[in-house]
Design a binder for this molecule. Structure first.
Ligand code: C5P
Length: 220
């Protein structure tokens, strides 16, 4: 099992997705957006008429274990339904955070996440990539940015998509989501002991990519 994995974990809207996909592109590696799996799971659960609570844990995890999800560029498919936009809303993020608290759901998604580890290598982004899913990964990065900075970036992103929100409500939402993600008992959001910390509050995306590539080269 010599397929390299680079893990990028961190809080909501810290820029993990952009950073991980850029590094993956540069290295020609595969990319796992693990948050999308929780988002799709929550979407599928609601569609099946389930609640996102513990009383439906077994049924949600059954769905997760056989989730017919497919990534095609920026398009995310659930069976033959294009769910790309539906899973990207703030509400979908909050729903993902709810199902991700359920231990059986997390377990149900492990094999699917491992299946992304293919040659020549993988960039994995999420909350527990370095701590739980790929604990032996040779490079782990814990990416942070101030809450103000994260809310501002998310605000710009949504405005550019024509979705109107306020900075204050976005910041409150992402802080609520981080609090839930950090305080859950299974696989909470936290840096792996051997993770490099990267605060990108005042770094350009290029500078962040360069930092990760520099750490990666140092491992070779
Ligand atoms: O990263 P993203 O915002 O898409 O993740 C949505 C939610 O899915 C997170 O708030 C978190 O609750 C959950 N998640 C998780 N473990 C991961 C990735 C995401 O619990 N590895």
């Amino acid at each position: 099992q010599d397929i390299p994995v680079i893990c990028i974990d961190g809080p909501t809207a810290s820029g993990k997705g952009t950073l991980a996909s850029r590094v993956a592109q540069t290295l020609g590696y595969h990319y796992l957006d693990s948050g999308a799996l929780y988002r799709v799971t929550a979407y599928a659960a609601l569609k099946a008429g389930l609640s996102l609570e513990a009383n439906d844990e077994a049924r949600i995890s059954d769905l997760a274990r056989t989730l017919p999800v497919r990534f095609e560029g920026d398009t995310v498919w659930l069976g033959n339904e294009d769910v790309s936009d539906a899973i990207r809303t703030e509400q979908a993020g909050m729903n993902a955070s709810k199902v991700s608290v359920l231990p059986a759901v997390r377990t149900a998604l492990v094999a699917l996440q491992h299946s992304f580890q293919r040659l020549p290598g993988l960039l994995a982004d999420g909350r527990d990539m370095g701590t739980v899913i790929f604990p032996d990964a040779p490079l782990k990065v814990f990416l942070t940015a101030s809450a103000a900075q994260r809310a501002e970036r998310r605000h710009k992103q949504l405005i550019s998509k024509g979705i109107s929100t306020t900075l204050d409500s976005l910041r409150a939402d992402l802080e609520a989501r981080d609090a839930r993600d950090s305080s859950r008992s299974v696989a909470p959001l936290k840096a792996a002991q051997d993770a490099f910390q990267l605060d990108n509050s005042s770094l350009s995306i290029e500078a962040s990519v360069d930092q990760v590539l520099t750490w990666w080269q140092a491992k070779q």
